[in-house]
Structures are given as C-alpha cells and as structure tokens.
Design a protein around this ligand. Structure first.
Ligand code: ZN
Length: 315
C-alpha cells in the first residue's frame, strides 16, 4: 500500500487581472511563465502556470485570474501562506527588490531556525520567502540573478478548521509532525523539495472567504497514474471522498476536501509542461487541450491579451 507522497506538486490561487499577475510573478519574483492555457472547468478564464525553467513539480504556482471577481479574505479553513525557498544570504537582496517594486513586505523574522520574509502580491495573497536549500536549479533567463533566485516551494501554511483531522490526513500522505511553536505545527515528508507543511491551530479566528488573493487548492505529487490509484484506498479508509481522475493535460489529478476545509489534489509528475511545446517556448502561446481546440478562435478573441517580457522581446 502506498504510504508517502514526496511533497507538493503545485499550488493554485485566484487572482484578478491576468497581466498584473504575469508582471508580478515573472518580473518581480523572477519565476518563469511555463504555461498559458485556460481553466479546463471554465474555459473563458486563463490558467497561468509559473515555476522553474520547465515547471518541475514542487515549483509550480498557478492562477485562475478572474478580472473583476470579488476580493477574498484569508482565514481559517484556507491555505494562509505559500512559501518559496531562497538561498541563504539573499534576504537583503529580496527585501530591497520587493521594496523597490512597491511590494507590501514585512520585517523578516525567524521561524524554526529559518529566516522568513512575509509579503503579499498585488492581490493581497500572502506569500513568504524562506531561507534554505533545495535541489531545484533556478530559471536563469529571468530578471533575478541565479544565486538569489527562488528555488521552488518551501511549504504552505494551512489554517485548518480541524487541525487534528488535518494532521491525520497529512500523516496518511506520509507527513510526520517534526516541530511545534505556539499555534503552529510543522509536518515534513521525506521528499527533497517542497516537503514541508505547517498547520495552524487558531480556534475562534475568523474564517476565510474564497475570492481574489486566496489559495484555491494545494496539490501533492505522485509519480504516475498507477501510484495515484493506489492512494484511493488509504484516503477512503479515513473517510475522504475522492473525485474521479481528471485529465489536466500536463498531469492527471484527483481531488478531495480535507476535514480542515482545504481542497487537496494528488497530481502525477508527468507528462509535464513540455508535452505540447518545446522547453524553450514554454508559456509563449495559448495552449489548449485537444477537446478545446475547436474553440480556439473564439477563446483567443475573448480572453484578454497578455504580454510577457519574452514575447515582447521576440516581437
Ligand atoms: Zn491543481
């Protein structure tokens, strides 16, 4: 029986204007836009994927940008922060960089022996930079020097409505509780990247509200569809209702809502983002799955235009 995931695959959030989203995650944070496609469950909305140079699982932050959508509120029952790894010694660089671009950044603090720089994106989404190591090589064609660049995810923080049961789910997924500090418990799995999850216990704190600036779901990685299927038994054994498998083109996914209120996904590592465009062209064109190709002309007219530094340069 399968007993362990090696960590996060991707995190998906809700944002507002797609152009501002691209500008922030590529130009400010220096991630690569590795795929521009649509939300397969709502084809009139983009689905934008950012990551390292090829979108390695464990580096991928994705967005559904809904122009004009209601602002959300981060709180209990939600993922309350998404953290990236930055190299030791790069904290001052990042604070200067974020401040110079008018990003809402807080004073750094120490948490579990790591330096944490909390900040928010243009939609108010809570993000963190955490010093540490990772086996991820950063994207070198971005605006951030390679020795300072983001190296995938560090962790997410789950502000669970039911920390005890969230803990049971995480343990089923192979995470172990390794540290505690105040209302925060740290869980870790054996993976080499994006292998940490923090769970908050804040009874009485305000509940979150879904909308712009909040995380939609958190995905864990599994090698392939066979191991993905093996997850069904242990998850149903602890009472979780798992969706049928969905084809997300770049990976296959199953979903379940954990008892703390947060939507979890288990996604396969392959086939990956080079499935329908070459590594050098990633993110430069609108890519659609075969079942939406017949809508291409209509969608290209209807979706707002987005420009990246790369396509501008190529023009
Ligand atoms: Zn997902």
């Amino acid at each position: 029986m399968i007993t362990e995931t090696s960590g996060l695959h991707h995190v998906t959030s809700i944002s507002s204007n797609p152009q501002r989203n691209v500008d922030f995650y590529t130009e400010v944070l220096g991630l690569r836009l590795v795929k521009r496609t649509v939300n397969f469950d709502d084809k009139y909305t983009y689905h934008l994927y950012y990551g390292d140079d090829v979108g390695t699982p464990g580096t991928v932050l994705t967005f559904f940008p809904f122009e004009g959508a209601r602002q959300g509120r981060v709180g209990r029952g939600q993922t309350s922060a998404t953290a990236f790894v930055i190299p030791e010694g790069s904290v001052d660089y990042w604070i200067d960089r974020l401040e110079s671009k008018d990003v809402d950044v807080d004073t750094p603090h120490t948490r579990f022996d790591e330096t944490v720089v909390p900040f928010r994106d243009h939609d108010g989404q809570p993000l963190e930079l955490v010093t540490g190591t990772s086996d991820i090589e950063p994207w070198t064609d971005g605006p951030v020097p390679a020795d300072k660049a983001i190296r995938g995810f560090h962790s997410v923080t789950l502000d669970s409505l039911n920390p005890e049961q969230t803990s049971t789910v995480l343990e089923t997924l192979g995470y172990e509780s390794i540290a505690q500090d105040g209302d925060r418990t740290r869980y870790k799995t054996a993976g080499t990247r994006a292998s940490v999850i923090d769970v908050l216990d804040r009874p009485g704190a305000q509940r979150g509200q879904r909308g712009v600036g909040t995380v939609h779901h958190v995905a864990f990685r599994t090698p392939d569809t066979q191991t993905q299927e093996e997850w069904l038994a242990p998850l149903s054994e602890i009472g979780l209702r798992v969706t049928p498998q969905k084809d997300r083109q770049y990976f296959k996914s199953i979903y379940f809502r954990e008892p703390g209120g947060i939507l979890f996904e288990i996604a396969t590592e392959g086939p990956g983002f080079t499935r329908d465009e070459s590594a050098s062209d990633l993110g430069t064109e609108l890519k659609l799955p075969p079942w939406l190709e017949s809508d291409r002309t209509m969608l290209e007219e209807r979706l707002p235009e987005i420009e990246t530094a790369i396509t501008t340069g190529a023009d």
